[in-house]
Design a protein. Structure first.
Length: 568
């Protein structure tokens, strides 16, 4: 019998297989575990695609909807998976009396929360970057409603949709363990057969070799999906770049699977167009009515607009005061008398006094992680996207790297970083920053690669004709072209960073717990204790920080990136 000893971890392959059998984890049903995990991932991805197409296209084509939907999307994608965990457990497990159906639905919804944001931002960014001359030409030729969606919108969002889908699957794999091992407070954990549960259970039992064995299976699945699905679709997405001239390009042969996927995508495009068509029709009607109204009434009602602009801020202040008064009256009249006392006791808790320190610590780690991620992904993304050979080699590697579950990184981080610095405070902070970095960097990298690949070929040819090469080409062509992708990638990166705080600020191993002060640590402790009020406070604070950043940094940045679109 074959005996292979792993020097670092000790056990042989025979011992690993024996662990699987004695623990009753797989019982030789590998196909069952892989199949159930893949079904959950596919269901969550299907929900994500449906949500992303409707939500993303609506936010991109309607200015009024955009002002509401994008801040909401940014806040929702920044709430960690653990923030949705109590609600998923309460709703689905209570609704189905703790049955396996409720557990499966809760797991799918949690995976959905890790997937949907990347696809939605990809759809939104693809529609927003449609050149204005294309939109005007479509209107001039009477292309409206479902035909406009099918012939203009869907081709434009196809490349960023594929890039967003790669990130979405990476996000689903990243928190797969938390989605197959549902545990909240003192309630018993609800476990589901799957790769995520196997990896986590082996790590809890201290069998690192068995955990890595399950991780290798996961990596093999990710590699196969990348090779036979994402790689052909990325090659096919090149034909949807906006070009001013038709340049000959070499098309690679596609696998039967990718051809089937493309054929099916064309078949459902008209059905998807019909779903979103009412939004487009409503926006066109509102836009036309608004133009006519302003044309007829501009002079007669100019003073009304001026007065409204002058007193609108005062009106908002009065409205806010009235709203606060109504809330106070509601609590005074309808809420039981003991509720204010409970609120008072909650406000005296020691954890609340530490919130400012927690918030500063988390934001500082996220900022450091973001700067590190931006510095290396900016260089790597440009170099990889400009070289076909590097692109073919590195893209599968990065796809696998971004799909490694967060909890599976604990043994490496503890062994390499924390133990190297003997558990010092600097070592803990460095380990936490490394884990935060794993949740941020891939959003930037894949968005940058996609943006560089989408630079029109005629722009590249023109730059060569005028002798714009080397650093001049990077400075004057590439950097301006990828600014919108950097902004959208940064929004997603900060959302992924907040998700990563739950894994980076409270590291649990088989022998010890490592922790650093932060909102992620606060949320982890609150979930472990089943402290719902503290969970809501932690999630609310994260959402508040994200909302402030959205209304200041990202809102201003998104308004300025329109000038970087390629126009004919």
């Amino acid at each position: 019998m074959l005996l292979i000893r792993i020097p670092v971890f000790g056990p042989t392959l025979n011992e690993i297989f024996a662990y699987q059998l004695t623990a009753g984890l797989f019982q030789l049903n590998w196909d069952n575990y892989i199949l159930r995990t893949m079904i959950r991932m596919l269901l969550a991805y299907g929900l994500s695609v449906a949500f992303a197409l409707v939500y993303g296209i609506t936010a991109a084509i309607s200015r009024r909807a955009e002002q509401v939907l994008i801040p909401i999307l940014d806040v929702l994608q920044s709430i960690p998976v653990l923030g949705y965990l109590p609600g998923a457990i309460v709703v689905f497990l209570t609704l189905f009396n703790g049955s396996i159906i409720g557990q499966e639905l809760a797991s799918v919804v949690l995976i959905f929360t890790g997937m949907v944001w990347a696809v939605t931002f990809g759809v939104y960014g693809g529609v927003k970057t449609i050149p204005k001359d294309i939109v005007e030409a479509a209107r001039s030729f009477g292309i409206r409603r479902s035909k406009y969606l099918r012939d203009v919108v869907f081709p434009a969002l196809y490349p960023p949709f594929i890039s967003g889908s790669i990130l979405a699957w990476g996000g689903g794999w990243y928190f797969l363990i938390a989605c197959e091992y549902l545990s909240f407070g003192t309630t018993r954990p609800y476990t589901l057969p799957g790769l995520g549960f196997y990896i986590f259970k082996a790590a809890l039992d201290g069998n690192i070799a068995a955990s890595l064995f399950g991780l290798l299976i996961l990596i093999a699945i990710v590699a196969l999906i990348n090779r036979f699905v994402w790689h052909p679709l990325m090659d096919h997405a090149d034909k949807y770049k906006y070009e001013s001239t038709a340049l000959p390009t070499h098309r690679k042969s596609q696998s039967h699977l990718s051809q089937w996927l493309l054929r099916k995508s064309r078949e459902v495009s008209e059905d998807l167009a019909k779903v979103v068509e009412p939004v487009v029709s409503l926006e066109h009607k509102y836009y036309a009515h608004s133009i006519r109204f302003r044309h007829v009434n501009l002079l007669s009602h100019a003073h009304i607009g001026a007065a409204w602009h002058k007193y609108s801020r005062f009106g908002r202040i009065i409205g806010t005061a009235i709203g606060i008064l109504l809330v106070v009256l509601f609590f005074e009249l309808l809420v039981p008398p003991k509720f204010p006392e409970a609120i008072h006791q909650f406000m005296l808790r020691r954890e609340l006094a530490m919130i400012p320190n927690y918030m500063i610590g988390s934001v500082a780690r996220l900022l450091v992680g973001y700067l590190i991620a931006l510095s290396w992904t900016l260089v790597a993304g440009i170099v990889i996207a400009r070289s076909e050979r590097l692109f073919n080699i590195m893209l599968p590697i990065f796809d696998i790297a971004q799909s490694v579950p967060a909890l599976a990184l604990f043994p490496v981080v503890v062994t390499v970083v924390i133990d190297y610095f003997h558990g010092s405070e600097f070592g803990l902070e460095l380990a936490s920053t490394v884990l935060v970095l794993t949740g941020m960097q891939w959003y930037l990298l894949f968005n940058i690669i996609g943006a560089v690949k989408a630079i029109p070929s005629d722009v590249i040819e023109a730059s060569r004709c005028f002798g714009v090469r080397g650093l001049g080409f990077i400075k004057n062509i590439v950097i301006p072209a990828i600014v919108p992708a950097i902004i959208l990638g940064s929004i997603q990166a900060w959302g992924g960073g907040w998700n990563a705080t739950i894994a980076s600020e409270y590291i649990v191993t088989s022998t010890k717990i490592y922790q650093v002060p932060g909102l992620g640590y606060m949320l982890d402790v609150a979930v472990a204790k089943g402290d719902t009020p503290l969970v809501l406070v932690a999630v609310g604070l994260m959402a508040g920080v994200v909302f402030l950043m959205n209304r200041t940094v990202w809102h201003y940045s998104l308004k300025r990136v329109n000038k970087y679109k390629f126009e004919g």
